[in-house]
Design a protein around this ligand. Sequence first.
Ligand SMILES: *Cc1c(COP(=O)(O)O)cnc(C)c1O
Length: 435
Amino acid sequence: MKYYSLGNRHDLVSAEAAIRSGLAPDGSLYMPERILSLDFAALAEAGAALPELGTRVAQAFLGEEIEEAALAGIVREAINFPAPLIEIEPHTWVLELFHGPTLAFKDFGARFMARVLGHFRRNADTSLTVLVATSGDTGSAVAQGFYRVPGVEVVLLYPKGMVSKLQEQQLTTLGENITALEVAGSFDDCQRIVKSAFVDPEITACMELTSANSINIARLIPQSFYYLSAAAELFQRGIPSVSFSVPSGNFGNLTGGLLAKRMGMPASRFIAATNANDSVVRFLNGTDFEPTSTIPTISNAMDVGNPSNFPRLLELCARSRTAMAEEVFGVSCSDEETKACIERVYRKVGYVLDPHAAVGYLGLEKARAAGLNGPGVILGTAHPGKFIDTLDTVLPGVVSLPETLQQVLRLPKQARLISDRFEDFKDFLVSERQA
Ligand SMILES: *Cc1c(COP(=O)(O)O)cnc(C)c1O
């Protein structure tokens, strides 16, 4: 199967090329030429679980270029943690996607993509260098995802003093094939340096570079697995169709849900649940799509003013706002509502939502108030212990720092400080390479 660029539909490339380059040469996103349909009812009745479903789906997207046994291995290694479906109230479930190493759903995409790239490099005699500018969470999922993947080196750039202590520890304590650079500058400086590296002839002459941000199609594919497995589990229990409420920022997760539905998963409705960064919600409600600058909120992994997957959503909905609005209900909520929701749900049912899942909960609640009936699944995108500072202001003492994060705090930081000048970064990259 080929992948086409949204900027030029005649630009068809292999899965390997789409995944290795991330973006098409004109800067637009890749999409699969076809979405194969699965016999969902048969799969669900056969009791297909996450790894089997994942392998089936991965085969549909990548099976022409990666043989079945290798793909099954990639899925098994990447998704080596469960995604339990917890019924917190009658007809309302949280799909907990935070049992991977960084305790957030981005582990699915990052770990899968890392292993697919590693597979494509298996016979190469040079390594591939993944460059990532991060303001925190994405970098740690990517670093963990690629950790110890043969043939791949990761160089992370983060702004000195601008990430939390915990995030910094997650970025800087892995070592081995993960190098962390602490940049004396802002996140924008980190991004500028990375962008310059991709077009620098001397750098690109001596090493192969790639990026690993959420626009890569290999990060989206595994984000359809857990929708299918959750829907299959409920289907087996006699619930034929559910709505999914998706806490959204760049809209990669919601794109994964639409892909699952196009493959044959029954879904009543998707709810695009956002914080104050609501450009997609406003589009669904009838205004033009207008990216805005980012507004900081307590659900900060969703603070995205210009969601990069919006063109994919539109493409999957036949490029029609009306079609998208029929499938996707948009809700945005404030930090005050989010905090009140965390407290209210805890008092009512004893379940602790992290700030992102709380936005998802509010999304489902508001959609129900607007007339959406039936069972609903909220995607639990992060472990509440990751947001202990916020949780402590709302539910003092209820949540503790998870053991895996406590361990990370005890490890020694290994980061090299560099200036915000591109030349310094280049010296580092080129000399390190030759060393
Ligand atoms: C990244 C992230 C989101 C948003 O996911 P998108 O795919 O960017 O919409 C939601 N919650 C958490 C915890 C995240 O890390």
